[in-house]
Ligand binder design. Structure first.
Ligand SMILES: [Cu+2]
Length: 132
């Protein structure tokens, strides 16, 4: 009986910690989940899922996407174990900030080029949008 009560108290405090962590931007990143260079809704030609991965924490799936000028790419945060960002390597073209599962981010590419991006807190998470 005493052990049961302890377990419930521990579970409750873990939930409180998790809720706190997901609402603050102080776990390694400097940006909150505020889209820059993109929007939180839209109509996409291609969808990239942000999935959990046992080796790299998270991964962009697929890592490489090809679109034509004027088309929109959507990122869907699936991983509910960690926050991730979608940040262009130049850090200025687009940046979702650190976001949690359930977030969507849409970027429309109006110029041709090779737009590499990454997650700001997981160095192994990289992706590439090829625009022709
Ligand atoms: Cu990440």
């Amino acid at each position: 009986m005493v052990v049961w009560k302890m377990a419930i108290v521990v579970a409750g405090s873990a939930l409180a910690l998790a809720a706190c962590g997901s609402s603050s931007g102080d776990n390694g990143g400097t940006s909150a989940c505020t889209p820059k260079g993109g929007t939180a809704s839209g109509t996409a030609s291609q969808v990239v899922k942000i999935n959990p991965d046992p080796n790299t924490v998270g991964k962009f799936d697929p890592a490489t996407v090809t679109v034509t000028k004027g088309q929109t790419v959507e990122w869907d945060w699936i991983d509910n174990g960690a926050q991730h960002s979608v940040t262009s390597d130049d850090t200025t073209t687009f940046d979702s900030g650190l976001c949690s599962a359930g977030t969507k981010f849409f970027v429309t590419f109006s110029t041709a080029g090779d737009f590499k991006y990454h997650c700001t807190i997981h160095a192994a998470m990289t992706g590439d949008i090829k625009v022709s």
